[in-house]
Design a protein around this ligand. Structure first.
Ligand code: ADP
Ligand code: MG
Length: 469
């Protein structure tokens, strides 16, 4: 009966709509006048209720006239179901397939499905023509990220995929977008591959818009027909249904041997709102951090910016001494470096004056900020505390409750709370999967002890100093 109802529904709404909305709807049971149905996401539920409630009821009544009510519920917390092949092909085998450049056979079908018609529906995010490999300056903090990005950009269709996904993380203004757009430009010029650059927000809106116009299927197909998918600012990916969709896309692409490149402002383990499986999938490729811009790199970026400006304003010149001054004093990020050069350019144009040190000092005063405090990691805290108290890091994460482990563990949790921006649940998770109340208890305990126990207070201060060095 259920399959007959589904058949009616399919005829009534059409194949596309049916697949987008009803394919994952299950029958939970029928009782008297009510039918209980379930779907995997809240989003699907509200959409079906808003747009298709009557249609569903009519289809049921055609089969069972006594039905007068449809109850629609969300099955479980949304998880990105692992693709079916994972049950038959363990991760190792997939890696071997990847190394051979052979996509998994059942996904090859998806990959070669006609996508051109729907591809237009999937505009990428705008690209800045200046953000190319040619203008990207290589320094100590980004050598590895740059090399990996280059490798990805130079690959050709069918080449073995070496690291998937390539996941680059760094703080604001350290060159993530620059590198990702460089990959996109390089990939799209002179090769037959389709490289798509999307911000996570664009991915989200694209998906939601596709759902609204009932072209979700086309959206998905188009995404899966991409050779290299580049996603910027993944930390902004929000909402269960888009995350689930992202997860499916990620799995499908990776399993089909397509390249995925991702940038975010933090490592996968710190993307707190993401599902565990997505997180581990993200961490399963190559994760590279780009550190802060060293002085040499800053100088290089300034020079490259000046050179770019001179292409249009030949008379613009910045003396070496000014560049040195800027590289030494603007330590924050690449955006401020770019801003400084723009200001000098504007000022020297408007006033028809050459750039001098005095002018630079005046113009960029507000960009000069004190040295940013070091970003401290929970792992570092655990390492330093373990060393101090002569226990192992795994002791700290273990469930052992002996006094020589309990106190160091509490100190480490306290430091994690006070020196990082991590939430209590996140800290708990990083300490061997403890509850947030345990972390809170530890924090309060140490706070109280530090207030009256000078020996401990000094220990804690010394640990803080070690970590800040
Ligand atoms: P993010 O996306 O990490 O916040 P961006 O890629 O937007 O940072 O970089 C900010 C600015 O700094 C841009 O103008 C970018 O061109 C410049 N920049 C950052 N790193 C580099 C680099 N290694 N070489 C050249 N320019 C850089
Ligand atoms: Mg960016």
């Amino acid at each position: 009966r259920w399959s007959r109802v589904k058949g009616r529904l399919r005829t009534s709404v059409g194949e596309d709509v049916y697949t987008s909305w009803f394919a994952r709807m299950d029958l939970e049971g029928v009782q008297d006048e009510s039918v209980h149905l379930s779907v995997p996401t809240r989003f699907l539920k509200s959409w079906i209720q808003a747009h298709y409630a009557d249609r569903v009821l009519t289809c049921w009544q055609a089969e069972m006239p006594e039905v007068h009510r449809i109850d629609l519920t969300v099955r479980t917390a949304m998880r990105c179901a692992a693709p079916a092949k994972e049950t038959t092909a363990p991760a190792d085998q997939r890696r071997i397939e990847q190394a051979n450049g052979r996509p998994a056979p059942e996904l090859r079908a998806t990959a070669t499905a006609p996508v051109s018609a729907s591809h237009d529906a999937l505009g990428g995010s705008p690209l800045d023509p200046r953000l190319t490999f040619a203008s990207f300056v290589i320094g100590r903090s980004n050598t590895l990220a740059h090399a990996a990005a280059r490798q990805v950009a130079e690959g050709r269709r069918g080449d073995p995929v070496m690291f998937n996904p390539l996941y680059i993380h760094a703080g604001v203004g350290l060159g993530k977008t620059h590198l990702l757009q460089a990959v996109t430009w390089a990939g799209n010029s002179g090769s037959e591959r389709k490289v798509l650059y999307l911000t996570a927000e664009k991915f989200m809106y694209g998906f939601v818009a596709a759902l609204k116009t009932q072209t979700a299927l086309a959206f998905k197909e188009a995404l899966r027909g991409i050779d290299v998918l580049v996603i910027d600012d993944l930390q902004f990916l929000q909402g269960k249904s888009t995350q689930a969709e992202f997860c499916h896309t990620l799995n499908a692409l990776i399993d089909a041997g397509r390249q995925v490149v991702i940038a975010a402002d933090r490592p996968p383990s710190d993307l707190e709102s993401l599902d565990d499986r997505v997180r581990s999938r993200l961490a399963g490729g190559l994760v590279v951090e780009m550190g802060s811009l060293g002085e040499e790199l800053r100088l290089g970026i300034l020079k490259s910016r000046v050179a770019a400006a001179r292409a249009h304003h030949a008379s613009f010149d910045v003396p070496e001494a000014v560049l040195d001054y800027l590289a030494r004093t603007i330590t924050h990020n690449g955006r401020d470096l770019e801003g400084a050069i723009n200001r000098l350019l504007a000022h020297s144009k408007l006033n028809a004056q050459p750039v001098t040190l005095e002018m630079a000092e005046r113009e960029v005063r507000d960009l000069i900020r004190p040295q940013e405090p070091k970003r401290i990691k929970i792992e570092d805290i655990q390492r330093v505390v373990a060393r101090q108290y002569n226990v192992s890091r795994s002791d700290l994460l273990s469930s052992r409750r002996t006094a020589n482990v309990v106190r160091p563990r509490q100190v480490a949790m306290y430091l994690a709370k006070t020196l990082t921006l991590r939430s209590l649940p996140e800290i708990g998770r990083r300490f061997g999967g403890r509850d947030h109340t345990t972390v809170l208890h530890a924090v309060r305990k140490i706070e109280a002890l530090v207030a009256r126990d000078t020996a401990l207070s000094e220990e804690v201060e010394s640990l803080k100093r070690q970590l800040q060095e």
